[in-house]
Design a protein. Structure first.
Length: 81
């Protein structure tokens, strides 16, 4: 009888140890996944900022290169008629 009880305790102890190990493993994997998620978010935000800066620089260069818009003088326009 003593061997059956000790065997049962050993099995229960082993099951608890395995459950604890699996729980710790899930915790580690969750932390790793969260770090990857945050790193991915940072990379996306940095890329968006870089592209925005490029777009704004291009728009400024285009605006500087565009010929100025001349408004016609109303009096000169009337005189042509």
């Amino acid at each position: 009888m003593a061997t059956q009880e000790s065997e049962a305790r050993a099995i229960a102890t082993k099951a608890r140890a395995e459950a604890n190990f699996k729980k710790e493993e899930r915790t580690r994997e969750g932390a790793k996944a969260m770090q990857e998620y945050q790193a991915n978010g940072r990379a996306v935000r940095e890329q968006m900022a870089r592209l925005k800066a490029l777009r704004l620089a291009k728009e400024a260069a285009d605006a500087a290169a565009a010929p100025p818009v001349q408004l016609e003088n109303k009096k000169a326009h009337r005189a042509k008629r």
